[in-house]
Write a protein that binds this ligand. Sequence first.
Ligand code: NAD
Length: 315
Amino acid sequence: MSSLKGKIITVVGSGLIGRSWAMVFMSGGYMVNIYDNIPGQASGAITEIRKQIEELQQAKMLRGNLTAAEQLSLLSSHDDLLQALEGAFFVQECVFEDLEAKQTVFHEVENLVTESVILSSSTSCLMPSNVFSRVQNRTRCIISHPVNPPYYVRLVELVPHPETLPAVMDVAYSLMTDVGQAPVRLRKEIDGFALNRVQYAIIAESWRLVQDGVISVKDIDLVMSEGLGMRYAFIGPIETMHLNAPEGMEDYLQHYSEGIKRVLNTFGPVPDFSGEPADRIIKEICELIPAEQEHLTVRRERRDQLLMGLAKLKE
Ligand code: NAD
């Protein structure tokens, strides 16, 4: 993989995720060409990235072995797609979550690059077989789904198109590892991938418990942030099962599987997320954290600081 060092990655779309991907790739020593179809947007992204990288350096939170100046020298902005793609071995698409927009981008990109270039999408919940349906050679297509913000949360879900070559998965896996992300491989495509399927299961049960008057919004969030989330930050649910019985997983299943099945059978239907329960939940969360931008920005900054601290602790 060290042979890829100094090579070029093109980031298409310079919004929240495009900027964050650019920072991740630069931190690993890759050259990054960032492109946006709104003229001037990509150069504006560079101004924003420079500010963030310099602040991170001051706070001693900059990722990688290069200085802020060294990382910034790897970055260039482009209003022209062909120019942005020149010399790239990997294209990370980060445009709006809109199927047609993504299909059009990949169709255009494929016509401008050679066969060996890997085409990767950041999509959160579109299926690879749809995103890449207008690409001729789908063996080099992959979804690399980051978690927001990818600079602090290192998980990347790698999801293949049914035709994706294993070697393409391997290159994406090595690249992500090389830049300090934590890639996981899905063996086949599935709606929601893995992260959102688990996340939605948690959202659904949390919502039902508040909707049914069992618990308040404040307290269900504490169940996660002061309870489950504490250990899930470093061990997953399967390892948790394994560690939670004296003799490991078999012991755990013997003691707890009946109880788990009994409780799971009491789960209600998929919530509507509308009407009176939604009004009530919106009111409760807005009493805790008012919806004005200033409050949300403060909470997001606090979240990012804590995530940075946690990521450092895990290093
Ligand atoms: P965003 O709205 O912040 O940015 C999208 C950018 O793409 C804009 O700068 C826009 O000008 C540009 N763009 C649109 N069409 C384009 C085109 N044809 N060519 C080039 N640039 C184009 O969006 P975002 O939050 O950065 O999301 C980008 C992708 O990442 C989406 O697919 C999203 O689902 C995924 N994602 C988002 C998050 C998140 O939490 N925001 C997390 C994981 C994945």
